[in-house]
Design a protein around this ligand. Structure first.
Ligand code: MLT
Ligand code: MN
Ligand code: ZN
Length: 299
């Protein structure tokens, strides 16, 4: 199985357009110290030929340009992308669908809960009916979006997308609005969970034994954004479990077997983004990789 991390940052990317926090500033000034990163998306293929895109980031045009395996290969109009799967309805995961217009056929997969939010917004009708099929997928049942690639969606603790939040928001709910994907090909298993509010025993059971895990690396500590002085929201309020601390993902996942552990969906305020920081060294010492754009895995 071929896996390419097209975008390793959370919503806003790195640097974020309006942010002068130290990490965004470093990303503008010194890319050897902080590598710029685009927003959250991966591409997966069983054979290097036909690809599944998981999440469509606002930066998709740049991501497809930067990764030649995703360039058109034959005829006048073509794409190696056969299908697109959404793991939630966040702007950083759906806005790129608007770039995938131009009459290119593919199938769009997601839970009914996630596809409903796309269906309810008429701007997405630029992916014309009859060209782009929308396939709702139930939880915990395998489907094959690309021949040779088996995918199973499972709910993880999360919340509705920010743009769909009402006056009150249920945090940590395990519903169809935030899912993880177990992706299997040629006997290898990749677990992809870019958003997760809490690590539960059920989640651990689902991903134990995977050859690789790409996991929510939005925040280092629950109060990253507050410490950085850029906001008042905690990781929990945003639906993201911190990397560190007693209930953090590093500790919570330490006792299950996983081939490679990789943090993705990293917010621009997370200190692990600084290459030579003690925070980066500490996370790596725990056996985790901090993803950068273009990082590829062969499983
Ligand atoms: C998130 O993951 O918390 C969202 O991407 C926030 C947003 O939509 O900006
Ligand atoms: Mn996000
Ligand atoms: Zn910033």
């Amino acid at each position: 199985m071929h896996v390419v991390i097209l975008g390793s940052a959370a919503g806003g990317g790195l640097p974020q357009w309006n942010c002068r926090c130290p990490i965004c500033s470093l990303a503008r000034e010194d890319s050897t110290c902080v590598r710029p990163r685009t927003q959250s998306s991966i591409a997966v293929s069983p054979d290097g030929d036909r690809w599944l895109l998981v999440n469509a980031s606002p930066d998709i045009r740049q991501q497809l340009f930067d990764n030649s395996v995703l360039h058109p290969r034959e005829g006048l109009r073509h794409s190696p992308i056969h299908a697109v799967l959404l793991t939630n309805g966040d702007v950083d995961h759906v806005a790129g669908l608007l770039t995938l217009r131009e009459g290119q056929p593919f199938t769009l997969y997601g839970t009914a809960g996630i596809l409903d939010s796309v269906n309810a917004n008429r701007v997405f009708d630029v992916m014309a009916e009859g060209v782009v099929a929308r396939e709702p997928i139930g939880l915990d049942a395998a489907f094959e979006p690309v021949p040779g690639l088996r995918v199973t969606l499972f709910s993880v603790p999360g919340k509705v997308p920010l743009w769909l939040e009402g006056k009150t928001v249920e945090l940590g709910a395990e519903t169809e609005t935030t899912v993880g994907a177990m992706i299997e090909a040629n006997g290898r298993r990749l677990a992809y969970i870019p958003g997760c509010a809490r690590v539960t025993d059920r989640l651990k059971g689902q991903i134990a034994g995977a050859d690789a895990l790409l996991f929510d690396g939005t925040v280092l500590l629950d109060d990253d954004m507050i410490r950085a002085g850029v906001g008042t929201k905690t990781g929990w309020r945003m639906g993201h479990v911190p990397m560190t601390g007693e209930n953090g993902s590093i500790a919570a996942l330490a006792d299950i077997e996983i081939g490679r552990r990789v943090f993705v969906h990293i917010n621009n305020t997370n200190p692990v983004l600084v290459e030579d920081s003690p925070e980066r060294a500490a996370v790596e010492a725990e056996g985790w990789i901090v993803a950068h754009d273009g990082l590829s895995l062969s499983l």
